[in-house]
Design a protein around this ligand. Structure first.
Ligand code: 9D3
Length: 259
């Protein structure tokens, strides 16, 4: 099943690189995803093709008019028979997550509206948009980069887009853990070696080591991920052992201070 993205923007030229390279390029060539860039300016009805105007009530800056955005959305939705989310990329939106990417990957048609620094007429949010999404708490110049982030995150979940190996691997992140460390040749580089266990040929031990490293790395770097995830028995035991070890170290340190 193929998924279609319609991206509405005033700057379609910004999308060339990311959407015509690598995995996304191949997915488009193979018809697994469809990406259509729509210039909002093409839906302006004014003599000078304007798309924004001064805010009612005064104040500085400009506001993107509702007309061109509503008409662009009508146009792309008619071609797809109506349904499907209309997403506004906006710093005030709900934070984008892997869970949301999985949800969006089940849709047939996604409309992504890129706002710009000036902001859009409130009626676009209220009567047209079904969902507002932000990609995080930092200020960008527009919704174009966030739209590319969403297309990328959603497209790679469409069956067939990733190679078999990549897909089967089932990211550690999707399982709620960070990745384990990886190494390749040479065995020694500038005097720096590789963990012995990886060279041992003991598949079972390698597997256990990787899971342990992923778990410890997550504990140190992203404890929030561990808190929101069910632990398997062996994971719980490993973390308990680490905790006990730390307690022993701290107890020893206290004794040293008292003496
Ligand atoms: C007048 C500008 N603003 C007051 C602080 C608000 C503002 C609106 C739009 C600031 C930046 C932008 C442009 N950013 C986006 O459109 C955007 C965005 C972002 O900046 N960060 C994270 N996610 C997103 S999604 C869309």
């Amino acid at each position: 099943m193929t998924i279609s993205f319609d991206i509405l923007t005033l700057f379609p030229e910004m999308f060339a690189g990311p959407l015509t390279s690598s995995i996304i390029k191949k997915a488009r060539e193979r018809g697994l995803i469809e990406i259509n860039l729509v210039n909002i300016r093409d839906f302006s009805r004014t003599r000078h093709r304007t798309v924004d105007d001064a805010p009612f009530g005064g104040g500085g800056g400009m506001v993107m008019e509702p007309g061109p955005i509503f008409e662009a959305v009508d146009f792309v939705r008619r071609r797809h028979g109506g349904a499907g989310p209309v997403i506004l990329l906006d710093p005030q939106g709900e934070r984008f997550t892997q869970e949301m990417a999985r949800q969006l990957a089940r849709e047939k048609h996604l409309v992504l509206i890129c706002g710009h620094y000036e902001g859009v007429d409130e009626r676009v949010r209220e009567y047209l948009v079904t969902r507002e999404i932000s990609i995080g708490d930092y200020v960008l110049t527009g919704g174009e980069l966030p739209a590319m982030v969403i297309v990328d995150a959603v497209a790679r979940l469409v069956p067939g887009v990733l190679g078999e190996a990549e897909a089967a691997e089932d990211d550690s992140f999707a399982r709620g853990l960070l990745e384990y460390p990886q190494y390749t040749r040479p065995r020694t580089y500038r005097g720096f070696g590789v963990p012995e266990v990886l060279l041992s040929g003991h598949h079972g031990e390698v597997e256990r080591w990787r899971r342990q490293e992923a778990l410890l790395r997550t504990l140190v770097r992203r404890p929030d991920l561990l808190a929101s995830r069910e632990l398997e028995a062996w994971e719980r035991e490993l973390l308990q052992a680490v905790g006990e070890q730390i307690n022993r170290l701290l107890a020893g340190a206290r004794k040293d201070v008292v003496q």
